[in-house]
Design a protein around this ligand. Structure first.
Ligand SMILES: NC(=O)c1ccc[n+]([C@@H]2O[C@H](COP(=O)([O-])OP(=O)(O)OC[C@H]3O[C@@H](n4cnc5c(N)ncnc54)[C@H](OP(=O)(O)O)[C@@H]3O)[C@@H](O)[C@H]2O)c1
Length: 245
């Protein structure tokens, strides 16, 4: 049982591992012995120095804008073997931006289309290692989100993609599963967490009585990538303190 969470000798890539939830997941795999690579949007790891929620120490960083057409396909990764791929990239637009065609497309490109790009990019390596693919969608996939049609549609799409790749690639030895976070204080959610009244109202709806932490998401990511989850296929697990109950 203890050994199940030992990732020594394993290579992990966290797309969107430069900050927030993905960064917490990346550091958790590192703490369990893995060699961990992360992708983000800035030019270098140094460009994240001093940014809240970004600890790139001990991680291998590469700049890849997954919204740029062909960018994922063109990357030459800094590793050969890949055991775990975590797809944690995500974006959202406020102030009705997702009601504009360009805004809608941008969000879907990052939150959904790039998940498929990354999955296909690393299919061969995950198959070779009998590896694990973990998507990070959102509990927003399970209810309407006022003002954010693209975020909602893309996250619902991510849950469907997880289910379908989970089925399609089971026979290839790749386990595909997902995490649907509730509300975690990151730069993506400052619109709520920096707004005392909105935060108070949200907290009242969370049975656990607190916001989620990147570490809460990381625990489930470690579990899903480990032999403890050997019989879990195509599922997206809400990790939300009970928010959607
Ligand atoms: N926070 C929450 O309450 C919450 C709830 C449900 C779901 N989620 C999901 O959790 C995931 C992580 O979000 P977060 O809250 O941790 O926010 P975050 O701190 O803003 O992290 C988002 C990550 O995605 C990367 N990213 C964004 N656009 C990208 C692009 N075009 N190309 C490559 N990377 C890109 C960011 O890179 P940079 O660091 O360079 O910006 C960052 O690493 C997202 O999928 C989000 O939708 C979050």
């Amino acid at each position: 049982m203890k050994k199940a969470l030992d990732f020594s000798g394993k290579t992990v890539l966290v797309v969107g591992g430069s900050s927030g939830i993905g960064n917490g997941i990346a550091q958790a795999f590192r703490a369990q012995g893995a060699e961990v690579h992360v992708w983000g949007t800035r030019a270098s790891a140094a460009a994240y120095a001093g940014s809240e929620g970004s600890d790139l120490s001990g991680l291998h960083y590469a700049q890849v804008d997954v919204a740029e057409r062909g960018a994922v396909q063109a990357v030459v990764p800094a590793f050969q073997r890949l055991d775990v791929l975590v797809l944690c990239q995500g974006t959202v637009l406020y102030k009705r931006g997702e009601f504009q065609a360009e805004g809608f497309r941008k969000v879907v490109e990052v939150n959904l289309n790039s998940l498929m790009d990354c999955s296909m990019k690393f299919f061969d390596r995950l198959k070779a290692s009998s590896g694990s693919l973990i998507t990070v969608s959102s509990t927003a996939a399970f209810h309407a989100t006022r003002g954010n049609p693209a975020y909602n549609a893309s996250k619902a799409g991510a849950v469907g993609l997880t289910r379908t790749l989970g089925q399609a690639w089971a026979g290839e030895g790749i386990r595909v599963n997902g995490i649907a976070p509730g509300l975690v204080d990151t730069k993506l959610t400052k619109v709520t967490t920096d707004h005392p009244e909105r935060l108070k109202a949200t907290l009242q709806n969370i049975p656990a009585g607190r916001l989620g932490l990147p570490a809460d998401m990381a625990g489930v990511a470690l579990f899903l990538a480990s032999p403890l989850a050997a019989y879990v296929y195509g599922q997206t697990i809400p990790v939300d303190g009970g928010l959607i109950l």
